[in-house]
Design a binder for this molecule. Structure first.
Ligand SMILES: [Fe+2]
Length: 341
């Protein structure tokens, strides 16, 4: 009988005398109410810590539950920057996808299902105390999830590298992530059984998380969060859709760094100028989409929704992301229309 990943971990907890209770009410894009349900269970059972197992959604939800255990105020008032005043309940993470890097980041994203807004909580206190990366938990991930989560990790690395907050340290993590993704993502997509390839992707996601938790993100995430909030688009798919267009729009302001990315993944040429190399990197991202049969456009986007999605994305970027060039509302609308086409 297949007892699943959670069952196997529970067996180990029991074997080692650790009392536990399972909370499995978290869906993709977790909501405020799911986190409050988890808090109820935590308090009712007299828990003294949380072990989050899964992709970004369960780990993010666990971060919010841990914060709520010690901070008696509505989640809305914990959202934003540095608003988790008291140290959360002890939190540990075992990621089962290689993408979000949530096991190492300061961020947790939860949704308000009423106004369709995704609300990030950002505070260093939300970083789990420890994380275990075990590739044997990732070998059963289906190819389309491997592709989408891998593109999320790629977007973290790229946006952190292009951020104005990037440092020598975050660049080193972003480059390490880029190299691992370049060398392993397609293999993980085609044959996910290799432990070596899965571990390399888990490390890539971890390094990309270390890069963006300090250097921050950019417009691909601003647009992806708002596509996700409006249409429920999986986060990795939304990032994959947005990234080539965001990168094309970034060439004038970030060509030198984009040219370096082209060299890192072996599609650049030192004889070329920065703009040509930067464009080669955009083409490389598109080639990853092709190799993993990822969508290039999104038919669900309604023309009447474009101004609102753009307005929210522009606002999210302005308040949160130190990008090389801030888009005007019209530029952002045009970019979203390219994803829609
Ligand atoms: Fe992401």
């Amino acid at each position: 009988m297949d007892i699943g990943i959670a069952g196997k971990i529970e067996e180990q907890l029991t074997k080692h005398g650790v009392a536990h209770v399972r909370f499995d009410k978290v869906t993709p894009d977790p909501t405020y109410s799911q986190a409050e349900l988890g808090l109820d269970l935590y308090q009712r059972e007299g828990c003294d810590g949380i072990l989050a197992v899964g992709g970004g959604s369960p780990i993010d939800c666990a971060k919010v539950i841990a914060a709520r255990v010690t901070n008696n105020k509505p989640i809305k008032r914990l959202a934003g920057l540095l608003r988790v005043w008291r140290t959360p309940a002890p939190l540990f993470a075992i990621p089962t996808t290689a993408g979000t890097g949530s096991e190492v980041t300061v961020a947790a994203v939860v949704s308000d299902p009423v106004d369709h807004k995704k609300t990030p909580l950002m505070d260093p206190k939300l970083v789990p105390l420890m994380a275990a990366l075990d590739p044997s938990l990732m070998t059963e991930l289906p190819p389309h999830i491997t592709a989408a989560t891998g593109m999320d990790a790629l977007t973290h690395a790229v946006e952190a590298y292009l951020s104005l907050n990037a440092t020598t340290e975050t660049d080193a993590y972003a480059i390490a992530a880029m190299k691992l993704i370049h060398e392993n993502l397609i293999s993980a997509y085609k044959d996910g059984k290799s432990l070596k390839v899965r571990l390399n992707m888990a490390m890539a996601s971890y390094y990309a998380g270390l890069a963006f938790t300090k250097a921050s993100l950019g417009y691909a995430h601003a647009i992806a969060h708002n596509l996700g909030a409006k249409y429920g688009t999986p986060h990795g798919i939304a990032n994959s859709l947005a990234l080539p267009h965001v990168l094309s729009a970034s060439v004038p302001s970030a060509k030198a760094k984009m040219a370096k990315l082209a060299m890192i993944v072996g599609v650049g040429d030192e004889q070329w100028d920065d703009v040509t190399n930067a464009q080669a990197f955009v083409d490389y991202v598109v080639s990853l989409q092709d190799a993993m049969s990822l969508p290039k456009t999104m038919a669900e986007i309604q023309q009447m929704d474009v101004p609102d999605i753009a307005k929210r994305a522009v606002r999210e970027a302005r308040w949160n992301y130190p990008v090389p060039h801030y888009l005007s509302l019209r530029e952002c609308e045009q970019l979203i229309e390219k994803i829609k086409a």
